[in-house]
Design a protein around this ligand. Structure first.
Ligand code: NAD
Length: 496
């Protein structure tokens, strides 16, 4: 059985660990490889490699960095089919969705190609007679990136291209459930001309993560994962003196007003609820329907769900398996609980017809109506193909429900009323808002991040915030001395 090694100093690295974890093909239900699980010593070696590469990389000209990034963009685009195959066979998402993920990751590489422009500082001439002030942005050093299973390519790509473009070096710890995409991305960057040690990948679990969080040479942490772990990462990294941005879990609501185009709203609810088997941090998992249109909307959604094909993502299906057998069983147990709490199961995905191997981790799309706001199905992040419908009497009631959620990642309103949409945008306490757009993931030149329990930190992922996160500003006050500046004055400098 193949064992996936770490990637350190531009080559595979076995390290000292004898511990491995299984990696599955979730559509087959079989183990495809093992991945090494790093010890603290292995992490230390990876950090040492990144630390050794840092001075030369930080001194590398912007033109040279830009050329390597541009090359990387071209290679990644040309060979995206290989990466899509890896994503489908390890994560399970269907091929078209894997390509979507790659496109959104590529966007960030394209943004990072513009690094010479992004690092430009500000300049004020003659702030005092003969004195100029200007700012520069400098890299931090070694940065740690810890990513989740659900976007094995896109989430690492949210961070490392920009961190590297800004002159930092990186230790990336991807999810141990689908680690091959990160390995592939790092190898390709080496092929694009990235010097050894600038991007290192260590595989592992909490042992590796803690070693990164505690390592004195790691200056910043970008984390994406579930809320309890995000909170832990934020607190632990901060305690060790690091800059940290930690993106957490979500429960995203879509509010449909009576004036909305119900066909478009039903299409959007199905796409955003069941795409990637609901394993997206921006998936819609709670549909809030104003009473008067709820029956009609649910009927339209149910109709569309009949056409969805669940199965192996390599076979042109609509929805793939869940990531592991345990996760599938956990999601299923939420559906099992439905009849106990007053909710109504409209479409039951527990025994799906599947275009794939019987041992895959399957669960069909599931629709549950009249879900009480007090139920666990509504309150927990389920992270599976389960769409809950909550009925409300008014716009105000819908907004109140959304705002009382502890999460605040994404939300959407469907309406043709501009005034209602504007009011929604202003009143809702969520970081990313869609107006007739169900999954409002900002493009790479804006920044991504939620509010409340969906985000811990202040500067968000990629875009302008990403540049700020991976750099520190230096302000220079400069004067070229001439004899008129002589004399002693112990007072605090004033302007004249
Ligand atoms: P997870 O929290 O289980 O794991 C995320 C990372 O943390 C992995 O690399 C994992 O190895 C590591 N980890 C797990 N347990 C740890 C521990 N006890 N100590 C230290 N590190 C630990 O998340 P996941 O299941 O891989 O991903 C799904 C979650 O990620 C969902 O909650 C989803 O909403 C969230 N997510 C959020 C966003 C966002 O943008 N806010 C994006 C993608 C995913």
């Amino acid at each position: 059985m193949t064992i996936l090694n770490h990637w350190v100093s531009g080559r595979p690295f076995e390290g000292e660990s004898t511990r491995t974890a299984p990696v599955f093909n979730p559509a087959l239900g079989t183990k495809s490889k093992e991945v090494r699980m790093a010890t603290a010593g292995d992490v230390s070696d990876a950090v040492a490699s990144a630390q050794a590469a840092f001075p030369a990389w930080a001194e590398t000209s912007l033109a040279k960095r830009q050329a390597i990034l541009f090359n990387y963009r071209e290679l990644l685009n040309a060979r995206r089919d290989e990466l899509a195959q890896i994503l489908t066979s390890e994560h399970g998402k269907v091929l078209s969705d894997a390509h979507g993920e790659i496109s959104r990751g590529l966007e960030v590489v394209e943004f990072a190609v513009g690094i010479p422009h992004l690092l430009k500082g500000e300049y004020s001439e003659n702030v005092s007679t003969g004195v100029d002030v200007y700012t520069t942005r400098e890299p931090l050093g070694v940065v740690g990136i810890i990513s989740p299973f659900n976007f094995p390519a896109m989430v690492p790509l949210w961070y490392f291209p920009l961190a590297i473009a800004a002159g930092n070096t990186v230790v990336l710890k991807p999810s141990e459930k689908d680690p091959s995409a990160s390995d592939w991305l790092a190898r390709l960057f080496t092929e694009a001309g990235l010097p050894e040690g600038v991007l290192n990948v260590v595989h592992g679990d909490k042992v590796a993560v803690d070693a990164i969080l505690e390592h004195p040479d790691v200056k910043a942490i970008s984390f994406v994962g579930s809320t309890p772990i995000a909170k832990y990462i934020y607190e632990t990294a901060a305690k060790h003196g690091k800059r940290v941005q930690a993106l957490g879990g979500a429960k995203n609501h879509m509010l449909v007003l009576p004036d909305a185009d119900l066909d478009l709203a039903a299409d959007a609810a199905v796409n955003a609820g069941f795409g990637s088997a609901g394993e997206r941090c921006m998936a819609i998992s709670a549909l809030i329907a104003v009473d008067t249109i709820a029956d009609e909307l649910i009927a339209k959604i149910g109709e569309r769900m009949k056409g969805l094909r669940t199965g192996d993502g390599m076979r042109g299906t609509d929805m793939g398996p869940l990531i592991t057998r345990e996760h599938r069983d956990k999601v299923k147990s939420y559906i099992d609980s439905v009849n106990g709490d007053g909710a109504e199961l409209v479409v039951d995905g527990r025994d799906p017809e599947v275009d794939g191997e019987p041992d895959g981790f399957w669960l069909g799309p599931t629709l549950i109506d009249k879900v009480p706001a007090t139920s666990k199905i509504y309150q927990d992040e389920i992270f599976g193909p389960v769409l809950s419908v909550l009925r409300v009497g008014s716009f105000e009631e819908g907004v109140e429900l959304i705002n009382s959620s502890p999460y605040g990642n994404g939300t959407a309103i469907f309406t043709n009323d501009g005034g209602a949409a504007r009011r929604f945008q202003r009143e809702v306490t969520v970081g990313m808002v869609g107006i007739n757009v169900p999954i409002p993931v900002p493009v790479a030149y804006h920044s991504f991040g939620g509010w409340k329990a969906s985000f811990f930190g202040d500067t968000k992922a990629y875009g302008p915030d990403g540049v700020r996160f991976f750099t520190q500003e230096k302000a220079v006050t400069r004067r070229w001395l001439d004899p008129s500046h002589g004399g002693i004055n112990l007072g605090f400098p004033e302007h004249n």
